[in-house]
Each structure stands twice: as C-alpha cells, then as structure tokens.
Design a protein around this ligand. Structure first.
Ligand SMILES: Cc1cc2nc3c(=O)[nH]c(=O)nc-3n(C[C@H](O)[C@H](O)[C@H](O)COP(=O)(O)OP(=O)(O)OC[C@H]3O[C@@H](n4cnc5c(N)ncnc54)[C@H](O)[C@@H]3O)c2cc1C
Length: 413
C-alpha cells in the first residue's frame, strides 16, 4: 500500500478504523497475561502484531518513509491510537524499542544504522533496548565505568550494566561506555549499538518483588565491536545519551509521538481508583467518591499538561529539559492512582481479592511496583533537579567532579 504524506487526519482515521476492524484481534478475545515468568509467547505475539501493522501500512506512523515509516504527524498517530483502543496492539514494543531507542537513532544514528535498525523494528523483525545504568549507580549516568578500548579498527567492551528493561527479548541495544578517561566525565563517553547475542556478553534476568523477570543485567567480557557500531561521534556519547534521556522522559511522561496504542509497557490490567470503586461496590461511599474525584482531577491535569508541554517543546517555547516536567507529573499521578486504588480496595487487596484478573485487575502486584515510576527514566529527585536548574534557573547543585579529568575523580570502586 502506498501512503500519502498529505493525507488528512480524518481520512487516515477512517481508513485505520476499517483496517483495524478487519485485521486486528479485538481485546478480550484472548486471555490477558500477568507478570508471569516465561513471557516468550507475549514477545512473539508482539512481533507478529507489529508485522500485521506493517503489512497493513499502519506501522511507524511518525517515522520517516525512508526508514520504513509513514512520515505522518503526531496528530495522525493520536488518531490511530484512539481508534486502536479496542484492539490488541504490540504495546510491548513501544517502550523502549520505538519511543526511546528508535527515536534516538533517528536523531543521532548514521544513515546505515537508521535504515537497518529502525527499518527492522518497524517491520516487527527486531527489538531494541537500552543499556545505560550500571551497578555503581544510574543517577550519575555520566560517571559510568564500563569501558570501550580501541583495538585496530575494532572496539573492545568490558564492564557491567543493570536494570535494562526487556533486554532478554531484544536483538540490539544502545550501550553507553567510557572511551576516554583523561577528560571530564561527560566528554569521554561513546554510544555503541551492541547486539545482545555478541560473543562475550552474558545476560541474566533479575527477579523483581512482584515476581516479574522483566529487568536484566549484562556483563561484557572482551566484547568486540566494529567501528560502525559507534552511534554519533567517538567521545560524543553524552550528546546521544541526552537525546535518549529526552525521549525516555517524554515516553515515560506520556508525550512520545512514537508510541502506538494505549497502555503501559506491559499489556497487564492495572486498575485505577474508579475501576476499584466500581469493582468493590463502594462507589456510593462519600469517602471513596472523594478519592476517585481527586484521581480524576489529577488525571485531567496530567493529560492537559502532556499536551501543553509537548506542544511547547515542539515549538521551542520550552527547552527539551521540559520533558522532566512530564516525567515528574507522571510519577505523581501514578503514585496517587496506585495509593487511592489500594485505599479503596481495603482489606480485599491483602486477602488476594484485588489480585484476580478482571475488573479489579492486578491491584496488589501493581502496587508492589509503585516505586518503579519514580526511578525509570531517571529518578524523581533528578527530575526535580533538572526542573529547578534548567527551567527555573536556580543555582546548580555542587559537583566536586565538574571539569576534573575522570581518571582523577575519587570513586568508591
Ligand atoms: C521501571 C524501570 C525501568 C528501567 N529501565 C532501564 C533501562 O531500560 N535501562 C537502563 O539502563 N536503566 C533502566 N532503569 C534504571 C533507572 O534508570 C535507574 O534506576 C535510575 O536512573 C536511578 O539509578 P539507581 O537505581 O542506580 O539509583 P541511584 O542513582 O543509586 O540513586 C539512589 C537514590 O538517590 C537519589 N539521588 C541520586 N543522586 C541524587 C542527586 N544528585 N540529588 C538528589 N537525589 C539523588 C535518587 O533519586 C534515588 O532515590 C529502569 C528503572 C526502572 C525503575
């Protein structure tokens, strides 16, 4: 099918509505999954659904045509997302594969990297993940110690990464490593495209408190990479990482144009206070109504703020650092939603009633991951620092390593 980049949003919406009804499975036709241990079938399913979208001409809506997308606007994407609400969509691929990694490659990758990796992701053939955080800490990202050293035309990677979402299901990663120890920390980093199956790369899955094995840790022992693996410039990795963090905060905050379909990273039901009020039969209780009202008010503020800040960044009224506003508000909203859901559920949540799939969904297991939203995409405290320093112009926090060559910076290990 050929696409017309000038197609109106309404014409695109109408075409999408017809196509979705004829080609995509309706939600509810298939049992919903939880946070089970072996989710291989979920990833296979996501790739298969993405392949359907691609074959139907509805994949990569905001990615340029030369890299396999449709080259359409975020308004087209929003229309498609609204229309696809009642259908099973490959939501697992949204974050980080499309909204963070492919978006970053689009901004900073070579032509070859963009054609190969973005194209394969849009066709549903490959998945990307991000390897940034290290066991020594994630907030001070520029202080990372995984090293890449030149050996002839190749690079040799050694070190460790952790908390990498869905790396076990991915084919390629964006991996930040130190390539120069003689300059201040931000100036000695390089971003690499690393295949997860590279010889010398060991990947372990990490069990979370809710039983999920979604996170991974990776160890690099003399992993050899070609010169073409460098994304952007050698020692220019902070520029790439900054773009990646921008896309991550945008994605986590709900403002990414590269997300297709509604829902979180996982296609698991996550009840909100309104669902819980109805499911528990307490919707008439004045105290419950107050909690639901508070939730709905913040939900509206969140949605309005996403639209306003996203438009302001697109028109450069606000700098990219404003994505931290979205990231921050999303955590506040998600915390209030989880907390009020648990308050309304009452003792039922402890006895397991709230953990059943269906109307009440996975309220208890969802609550166990409450803190995740204030860490993923950079922590809430770091988001507050960015807002205060880069948007409000407040003084920068003291940093004893500022301007100091990294090999002279005191470190714990
Ligand atoms: C759901 C989720 C998904 C994730 N996905 C990925 C992924 O795909 N790839 C990846 O690389 N990482 C990923 N992460 C890791 C995430 O980026 C880190 O958890 C985050 O950057 C914080 O790093 P840390 O956990 O090492 O905490 P630390 O950096 O050790 O921080 C510990 C605490 O100290 C606070 N703190 C640190 N420095 C300051 C400061 N200067 N001022 C004030 N407070 C400070 C932090 O806010 C935090 O509360 C994910 C995390 C979560 C929860």
């Amino acid at each position: 099918m050929s696409h017309n980049a000038t197609e109106s949003v309404e014409s695109f919406r109408a075409r999408a509505r017809t196509w979705l009804a004829e080609n995509m499975p309706r939600l509810g036709d298939r049992p919903q999954s939880g946070t089970g241990e072996d989710d291989t079938h979920e990833w296979e399913r996501a790739r298969e659904l993405q392949q359907r979208l691609y074959a139907g001409g509805f994949a990569g809506i905001c990615f340029p045509e030369e890299y396999g997308g449709l080259g359409l606007s975020s308004a087209h994407q929003e229309a498609f997302t609204e229309e696809s609400g009642g259908y099973e969509m490959p939501l697992l691929l949204n974050v980080p594969s499309f909204a963070i990694c492919s978006a970053t490659l689009l901004d900073t990758g070579s032509e070859e990297q963009k054609r190969a990796r973005i194209g394969a992701a849009i066709r549903g053939e490959e998945v990307l993940c991000q390897l940034l955080s290290e066991p020594s800490g994630g907030s001070d990202l520029a202080g990372l110690i995984t090293r890449a050293e030149r050996d002839g035309d190749e690079w040799v990677l050694n070190g460790a990464k952790t908390w990498s979402t869905s790396a076990y299901a991915a084919d390629w990663s964006l991996c930040l490593a130190r390539t120069n120890w003689d300059v201040p920390k931000h100036q000695g980093l390089t971003m690499f495209l690393v295949p997860l199956k590279a010889p010398g790369l060991t990947l372990n899955r990490v069990r979370m408190v809710n039983g999920s094995l979604e996170f991974c840790e990776e160890f690099f022992d003399d992993v050899r990479l070609p010169a073409s693996a460098v994304v952007g410039e050698v020692d220019g990795g902070w520029t790439v990482a900054s773009r990646q963090l921008f896309h991550e905060r945008n994605a986590v905050g709900g403002g990414s144009p590269y997300v297709s379909g509604e829902g979180g990273m996982r296609a698991t039901p996550h009840p909100n206070p309104l669902d819980m009020a109805r499911a528990s039969g307490r919707a008439a209780d004045p105290r419950v109504r107050e909690l639901v009202g508070e939730y709905l008010a913040l939900k509206t503020v969140h949605e309005q703020t996403v639209g306003r800040v996203t438009r302001a960044m697109a028109t450069e009224v606000l700098p990219p650092a404003a994505s931290s506003l979205l990231r921050l508000l999303h955590a506040e909203y998600a915390h209030l939603s989880d907390d009020h859901t648990v308050r309304i559920a009452g003792a039922g949540i402890a006895t397991g009633a709230g953990t059943e799939p269906g109307a009440t969904g996975y309220a208890a297991t969802g609550f166990l991951m409450r803190q995740g939203v204030s860490l993923g995409g950079g922590s809430t405290e770091i988001a507050r620092n960015i807002v205060s320093e880069r948007l409000l112009g407040m003084p920068r926090e003291p940093a004893p390593d500022r301007g100091v060559p990294f090999n002279q910076v005191k470190r714990g290990s």
